[in-house]
Design a protein around this ligand. Structure first.
Ligand code: DOR
Ligand code: ZN
Length: 343
């Protein structure tokens, strides 16, 4: 049986929700990861330092007894975020990044940014304070083909933004295309990217295998196999610009199995194990530790975790459903198996 021991990993992109949903999903992440960058797309959005600190307290209160887990908070960027908010966020020490959702691009993004040119002052403050901008890299324009939204965003928004703000740290979140991997690789060292396990393991074929698969619908949507191959290459390359971000995004079963289903795939129940599968399949298990436990910490200027975790190649069954407050959710691989197990 193959095993691998790595420094305890971190999840650099995670949705934890709130209330009973937070309490349902948080143990899955806290068991695996030492820290996570927590997305601010609640209703209402976590748009101020005060709201981020309050949300952080609710996360800490929801942790199982004895858990060692640190939530790293983010602010939700709006057209009206005052530049002064960045200094306040930095001073508090708990806010580690600002999230840019193009308005209308994804779940709870309606309060997002209508035109990034309006955020010039905030972005300048972020450059000054070394505060990273985390980007949902898709144009919201409904006229653009969903499979092209990431590429068009890079060309029309992201490339000019990275050039205009020459001191801004940027993470292109959950990249899904060869074009995105190439853009990040060619950009200055202050530009990085997170990769999800589901985009490493699945192409869009899986969305339509034998019928429509609502539990494999996420944003950015799964892409062609050639893109998945490019993402694998980036993940296993050893390039420190690429690191782990699950984008685990829980939704109640009935909100996905409906005539207008929500976007999001739940992977926190196997948050590191699924990456072990992808890296093993690529013959690159030796690159997992850099990707999962080192590169992100370096980018964010945080120490690598002292503890280790051990994974073994031993299949385990994933339940058909997981309790989600008063609801249930359907995790990735529901009713099937994951090939690697956390010891
Ligand atoms: O699939 C997604 N789900 N993509 C996002 O960008 C948001 C997320 C969510 O919050 O459910
Ligand atoms: Zn996300």
């Amino acid at each position: 049986m193959r095993t691998i021991t790595i420094a305890r990993p971190d999840d650099w992109h995670l949705h934890l929700r709130d209330g009973e949903h937070l309490r349902a999903v948080l143990p899955d992440t806290a068991r695996r990861f030492a820290r996570a960058i927590v997305m601010p797309n609640l209703k209402p959005p976590v748009a101020t330092t005060r709201l981020a600190l309050e949300y952080r307290s609710r996360i800490l209160a929801a942790l199982p007894a004895g858990a060692r887990f640190e939530p790293l908070m983010t602010l939700y960027l709006t057209d009206n975020t005052p530049p002064g908010e960045i200094a306040a966020a930095r001073a508090g020490g708990m806010v580690h990044a600002v999230k840019y959702y193009p308005a209308g691009s994804t779940t709870h993004s309606d309060a997002g940014v209508t035109d990034i040119a309006r955020c010039r002052g905030v972005l300048e403050a972020m450059e000054k304070h070394g505060m990273p901008l985390l980007v949902h890299g898709e144009v919201a324009d409904p006229a653009v083909d969903p499979f092209d939204k990431e590429r068009v965003f890079i060309e029309t928004v992201l490339a000019p933004l990275v050039e205009r703000h020459a001191g801004l740290k940027v993470v292109m979140e959950h990249i899904t295309t060869r074009e995105a991997a190439e853009f990040v690789k060619a950009a200055p060292p202050r530009v990085a990217a997170t990769l999800t396990a589901h985009h490493l393991l699945l192409s869009r074929n899986a969305l339509f295998a034998g019928g429509i698969r609502p539990h494999l619908y996420c944003l950015p949507v799964l892409k062609r196999e050639i893109h998945r191959q490019a993402l694998i290459q980036a993940a296993v390359s050893g390039n420190p610009k690429f690191f782990l971000g699950t984008d685990s995004a829980p939704h109640a079963r009935h909100t996905k199995e409906t005539d207008c289903g929500c976007a999001g795939i739940y992977t926190a129940h196997a948050g590191i194990e699924l990456y072990a599968e992808a890296f093993a399949a690529a013959g690159a298990l030796d690159r997992l530790e850099g990707f999962a436990s080192r590169h992100g910490a370096r980018f964010y200027g945080l120490p690598v975790n002292g503890e280790t975790v051990t994974l073994e190649e031993a299949p385990w069954p994933v339940p058909a459903e997981i309790p989600f407050g008063a609801d249930r959710l359907v995790p990735l691989r529901a009713g099937s198996t994951v090939a690697w197990k956390l010891r």
